[in-house]
Design a protein around this ligand. Structure first.
Ligand SMILES: CC(C)(COP(=O)(O)OP(=O)(O)OC[C@H]1O[C@@H](n2cnc3c(N)ncnc32)[C@H](O)[C@@H]1OP(=O)(O)O)[C@@H](O)C(=O)NCCC(=O)NCCS
Length: 192
């Protein structure tokens, strides 16, 4: 990204017992375990979360996420317990539009940790990272209209509902209507 040196950015942010940090090569086994336990939940909405997900997929993801971070093309974070370092899921700023200083925000939380506030806290940390460190001004969250937990995370992160878009998402080969939310920098600063 113009004006930002990825090498100068902190690789971790922590608050309220949750940490988001840059992926590391040693994360593979934990990612596979988290994905495998979450096929019935996360896999409902994210195609890549399937029974076939294995070590090579996790290795490829870490390599991709690391390369993208180093080019400031995407900032993908592992979500971990700040005390135990247990791997809880992922949150990421992708589709970074360098000219308009905007990005898309995505998140997932492993099944055994859902409904404990992890998703909301991870999203808040990523939004803070985007506005305070990357100096982005607009974040978009696009989730299936039927995906109530994801919509609640968006709302609890201070996002404004901008409307429904027909067939915006393809999930397991099906076109789904999406709820589109946005967060602009001043509103987000109040939430983080
Ligand atoms: C969306 C997701 C990240 C939420 O993570 P989480 O850690 O469970 O979220 P939180 O604990 O912060 O809870 C957020 C809201 O979702 C609700 N929620 C969480 N799990 C739920 C479930 N299984 N059923 C119904 N509501 C649920 C919580 O009650 C809370 O809403 P409330 O404040 O009205 O009570 C998680 O459900 C997930 O990984 N989903 C699959 C991937 C996905 O859809 N990603 C979003 C793509 S844009």
């Amino acid at each position: 990204m113009r004006g930002i040196d990825p090498g100068m950015l902190p690789i971790e942010r922590e608050s309220n017992g949750i940490s988001i940090r840059k992926y590391q090569p040693g994360d593979s086994a934990a990612i596979v375990e988290a994905v495998q336990e979450s096929v019935a939940t996360v896999g409902t909405w994210l195609d890549w979360c399937s029974n076939g997900y294995g070590r090579s997929d996790a290795d490829a993801w870490i390599a991709h996420a690391t390369a993208q971070w180093d080019e400031a093309g995407m900032f993908a974070f592992a979500v971990v317990d700040a005390t135990s370092s247990d791997y809880l899921g992922g949150v990421g700023l992708n589709q970074i539009d360098q000219d308009n200083r905007s990005a898309n925000l995505g998140y997932w939380v492993r099944q055994s940790y859902e409904s404990r506030g992890v998703g909301t806290q991870a999203a808040r940390l990523a939004v803070g990272y985007a506005f305070e460190l990357l100096k982005l001004s607009r974040i978009e969250i696009v989730c299936a209209a039927m995906n109530r937990p994801s919509r609640r995370v968006a709302e609890k992160t201070g996002a404004r509902f901008e409307g429904l878009q027909s067939g915006r998402l393809s999930v397991h080969g099906q076109a789904l209507d999406a709820a589109v939310y946005t967060i602009t920098a001043p509103a987000a600063r109040r939430q983080v």
